[in-house]
Ligand binder design. Structure first.
Ligand SMILES: [Zn+2]
Length: 201
């Protein structure tokens, strides 16, 4: 965002116009945290950037059955969904070795998910995503900062080999979800934290 040197763990700002993430130093993060806390109905020039939050919730007892998952029509076992405020809709993406791929999402299907899982109403538009992991035997659902989703996409881009990905990419994906589990609060379908794992979030 500015020319300041960055610490290894740092926050990101989403450029809403370009839909790109920009690395932010601590003062920039603090500066841009304010409009999010007091959002104006009509964002002016100051509304171009939004600070990506850093909460990570593992959603306990999330209601997404196999039939609904199949309806999403995703060719891999991972997906992420977020509200696109400018477009006024929820967008569905999945990670691929070629980058994030958008897939059509029926608005009615999203409404059904929201009704079954009221915690989804807590998603901050544009900067937080519902992340679904069905790799291996997993059936896990998270609310995560969108930059986590792009980090996952980056792992596929970097480590994917051949047709099935190869062992390195699946090790990397497994490590990503292990780390996410360790840094997440466990939250009930209504949006109440049950306990915090491994962190202070
Ligand atoms: Zn800065």
């Amino acid at each position: 965002m500015c020319a300041a040197p960055l610490d290894a763990p740092h926050r990101h700002l989403l450029d809403l116009a370009a839909r790109e993430l920009r690395c932010a130093c601590r003062p920039c993060s603090v500066l841009f945290a304010q409009p999010r806390e007091a959002p104006s109905a009509e964002e002016g020039g100051g509304g171009r950037y939004r600070l990506v939050p850093d909460r990570r919730w593992l959603l306990d007892d999330f209601d997404l059955d196999d039939a609904t998952w199949d309806e999403l029509g995703i060719p891999v076992r991972m997906a992420f969904l977020f509200h696109d405020a400018a477009a006024g809709r929820t967008a569905l993406f999945y990670p691929s070795p070629g980058g994030p791929v958008e897939s059509p999402l029926e608005p009615a299907l999203w409404r059904r998910l929201e009704e079954a899982n009221p915690v989804l109403r807590r998603l901050t538009p544009d900067v937080e995503a519902l992340l679904v992991n069905r790799t291996g035997a997993a059936a896990e659902h998270w609310i995560v900062p969108v930059d986590d989703c792009y980090r996952l996409v980056g792992l596929l881009r970097t480590h994917w080999k051949g047709l099935a990905g190869g062992p390195r990419v699946w090790d990397a994906v497994g490590g990503f979800f292990t780390e996410l589990r360790q840094g997440s609060a466990i939250v009930t379908p209504a949006g109440h934290p049950t306990h915090i794992r491994g962190g202070t979030r």
